[in-house]
Each structure stands twice: as structure tokens, then as C-alpha cells.
Design a protein around this ligand. Structure first.
Ligand code: GAR
Length: 207
């Protein structure tokens, strides 16, 4: 039986849709996307879930007395679907101990920069303002820090002289949609372990 993936999102949902597209075209051997949870009532990801027939839930932080209670509600919803992998797809909150302890090394995030450069909000704007000549995206395991966990996949793109935040973001997003699917496939189909903070794929020879 395939392992179940739960997706958490806050906005547009293009990464969620890219993962669904990969799933529906047979890209993943071992997983299926079981549910979506959003923390914003207007999240575009909700419409995508409806289009693909994926069960979707809206849980608002303000409806809970603490972050712990909010995350317990998320965990309960994920349990309803037997979820064992959690994918953050534009989920704009720090994950707390309730979820981290329940899914150790089973929560993935995507960030629109080459970490450890430019963590946090507006990563593409940060990269432009810093003047870097390449940027990209990073898929990583989630730990208690902000965009700090062990790196699974990175892809880079050039930063061009006339780039705006919009043009750079679009170039990176195209890579995000590929990188996320490949990272999720890798950690669910290949043997790996984390050494220090290095994600080592055991079917790859050490240099
Ligand atoms: C993506 O660019 C993702 O990398 C970023 O939010 C966007 C969500 O787009 N995530 C973060 O910045 C998290 N730190 P999407 O809703 O279309 O997938």
C-alpha cells in the first residue's frame, strides 16, 4: 500500500498542483497525496484540491488557543488520512514541536533560494537586493529553525541584469515544481540517512 502524504499550504498552491500532476502521471512509486490542509480561508490551493478531488481542510490559527492546540488539530486531520509524510507547499508558519515530534524526518519544505542564503520571507527579493548572480530553490527536511533543516535537493537559476522580483520568482518557481517532486520521490524510494546535517543517499557512491 502506498504511503500517504499530507500537504500544508497557505496560498496559491502551484507547488501542490505540481506534486499532484506528478502523482497523476505515475511519477511516484510509493506515495499518494491524501489530503490538503490550509491555514488561510482564501488559499488558492483549495480550488486545486477540489479540481483534483483531494480532501481539503481549512484550519485557522485564530480558532485555537495555542500553537500546540492548532498543531494537534492538524495532526488529528492528518491521522484521519493515515498520513506518514508531511509536505509544506508555501506554508508560511514555523512548524512547532507537536508536528516535529510526530513526524521526525518526515516533514519536507521548499524554499525559493539556495539555502543557507536568504531564509525567511521574500527570499527572491533578498537575493536581488544582495546582488547574487545565481539563485534557485531548496527542498529540505524541516527542523525547529527557519529554513534550516538538512538539504535534500537544490536547483539553481541565473539572476539576470533586468530581473525584477516577479521575473526571478517565476524562473525559480519553474524549478521548484520539478525539484519538489524529485526530492519527495528520492526520500520515499531510495535508501538514505542523515549524517550530521548531510542527507546521504546510500545508493550513491561516496567520493
Ligand atoms: C513558493 O515559492 C515557495 O517556495 C514559497 O512560497 C511559494 C508558494 O507558492 N515558500 C516559502 O517562501 C517558505 N519559506 P505556491 O503556493 O504557488 O506553491
Amino acid at each position: 500500500m502506498k504511503q500517504k502524504v499530507g500537504v500544508l499550504a497557505s496560498g496559491r498552491g502551484s507547488n501542490f498542483e505540481a506534486l499532484l500532476h506528478h502523482e497523476r502521471t505515475g511519477f511516484f512509486q510509493n506515495i499518494e497525496i491524501a489530503c490538503l490542509i490550509v491555514d488561510q480561508p482564501q488559499a488558492g490551493a483549495l480550488e486545486i484540491a477540489q479540481r483534483y478531488g483531494v480532501p481539503a481542510y481549512t484550519l485557522l490559527r485564530k480558532d485555537f488557543s495555542s500553537k500546540e492546540a492548532f498543531e494537534q488539530a492538524i495532526a488529528h486531520t492528518l491521522d484521519l488520512h493515515g498520513v506518514s509524510w508531511v509536505v509544506l507547499a508555501g506554508y508560511m508558519r514555523l512548524v512547532g514541536p507537536t508536528l516535529l515530534d510526530k513526524y521526525p524526518q518526515r516533514i519536507l519544505n521548499i524554499h525559493p533560494a539556495l539555502l543557507p542564503s536568504f531564509p525567511g520571507l521574500h527570499a527572491q527579493r533578498q537575493a536581488l537586493e544582495y546582488g547574487v548572480k545565481v539563485s534557485g530553490c531548496t527542498v529540505h527536511f524541516v527542523d525547529s529553525g527557519m529554513d534550516t533543516g538538512p538539504i535534500i535537493v537544490q536547483r539553481c537559476v541565473p539572476v539576470l541584469p533586468n530581473d525584477t522580483e516577479e521575473t526571478l520568482s517565476a524562473r525559480i518557481l519553474e524549478q521548484e515544481h520539478q525539484a519538489y517532486a524529485h526530492a519527495l520521490k528520492a526520500v520515499t524510494e531510495r535508501p538514505w540517512r542523515i549524517e550530521g546535517r548531510v542527507v546521504r543517499f546510500l545508493d550513491e557512491t561516496k567520493e
